[in-house]
Design a protein around this ligand. Structure first.
Ligand code: TRP
Length: 386
């Protein structure tokens, strides 16, 4: 296939993006975009996928398309380098999916761990008081196939995403193999690109739960004000055994430290070292390791660390907030970016779809194809010479 390096990645527009999205994928995308190593970059606002479990709430999805676009642009996605597209407007994707559906079994989808976990989380398998199963929407059940269409339509080589997307990539590679071996090589096999920092693989919620999620109310959003961030950090779960400042504290599984692992940079100790100077005790730290060692030994209070974390987060988020404010005042520009990105995406997906149909020989009306077919069938019927 093409030897180009191509990125495809995306998000469901079901809410504003939070700092889990930022460290898990968005920050990396911006770095990859600016590395100049990639020939083409597509970033998808997956509204059609969002509808697979929000069929009764299309307005929520519609409203959140622009929220996600604002988050992308303010976090540093540059439309001159990356195409931002709206999935539902690239109709080639649904056509691809229809053919891929024949290459995947129901049993294989049922084994997809992400689908399994999500069905459970959404209660699709649960019964009501009359013992009626809520049921799983077929479209939702099949979304891994839709995602394979997303990835392959752009001939993506690289999919930067969180580890929860690994089963999707595996399923996509299986579809690519099956397609290429059955019909001929029309599709590119993608690789996932996971976050390189363990803390970023899955940022816990402010309550210490494994995942940041809107429904749990444990998120810090990219668009939160500095005051929101301060209040949310103040209320964060830490080590429940760290009752007195003098007690030794646990760093592992303490989300305050996980956030610092994900966000803290060496320069923050110069900038915000004063957070560790207090009336009763004061410290001078030069690295996160020193902070952790002191916390483990005891004597370092949660309030100081939380103040430091607040500064670190706001230092990162402030430029993003500023850009978002400006962009919110220029929505026609944001929609123009989406329109241009979607147009580029449609052109690319149309190319792939044409290749797929040619490989499957269902391109009857393409240049020259019909003449060949007629010749072949005339031979079969033994057309009389005139
Ligand atoms: N499933 C992703 C999510 O939950 C969104 C998504 C849709 C995606 N299509 C994709 C991610 C293709 C990576 C590649 O946010």
């Amino acid at each position: 296939m093409s030897k180009k390096k191509i990125i495809l990645t995306g998000d469901r527009p079901t809410g504003r993006l939070h700092i889990g999205h930022y460290v898990g994928s968005l920050r990396r995308r911006v770095e990859l975009q600016n590395s100049g190593e990639f020939d083409e970059i597509y970033i998808m606002i997956a509204d059609a996928q969002a509808l697979t479990d929000n069929a009764d709430n299309p307005e929520k999805v519609r409203q959140n398309i622009v929220e996600v676009a604002l988050d992308y642009l303010s976090a540093g996605i540059d439309p001159a380098k990356s195409h931002i597209l709206i999935q539902s407007q690239v109709t080639e994707l649904t056509e691809l999916m229809f053919y891929y559906m024949n290459l995947v079994t129901v049993q294989r989808l049922q084994r997809n761990p992400t689908v399994k976990a999500e069905i459970q989380m959404r209660g699709f398998g649960d019964s009501d008081e009359n013992d009626n199963k809520a049921g799983t929407p077929v479209g939702f059940f099949c979304y891994p196939i839709s995602q394979a269409a997303d990835i392959t339509a752009f001939q993506a080589t690289t999919v930067p995403a969180g580890e929860d997307q690994e089963p999707m990539l595996e399923q996509t590679r299986e579809i690519v193999h099956k397609f290429n071996s059955t019909y001929g090589p029309a599709l590119t096999e993608p690789e996932i690109l996971l976050p390189d920092n363990a803390a970023c693989l899955r940022l816990p919620g402010t309550d210490g739960k494994a995942k940041m999620s809107k429904s749990l109310g444990n998120c810090i959003y990219l668009s939160d004000s500095a005051e929101d961030v301060r209040a949310k950090v103040r209320g964060m779960y830490t080590d429940p055994g760290h009752l007195q400042v003098s007690d030794p504290g646990k760093v592992e599984g303490n989300p305050v430290f996980t956030y610092l692992d994900a966000f803290c940079k060496p320069e923050h100790f110069d900038k915000f070292g004063s957070c560790f100077v207090g009336k009763k005790s004061s410290f001078e730290f030069h690295s996160l390791d020193e902070v952790k060692a002191q916390y483990r030994a005891g004597g370092l209070g949660d309030v100081m660390i939380k103040n430091f974390l607040t500064e670190v987060l706001n230092d990162t988020l402030e430029p993003i907030r500023q850009r978002r404010k400006e962009l919110e005042q220029n929505l026609p520009y944001v929609y123009e970016v989406l329109r241009n990105g979607t147009e580029a995406a449609c052109a690319k997906a149309a190319q792939t779809l044409a290749g797929v149909k040619a490989a499957m020989k269902i391109n009857y009306f393409d240049e020259g194809v019909l003449q060949e077919l007629i010749k072949e069938q005339e031979a079969k019927y033994g057309k009389a010479e005139v």
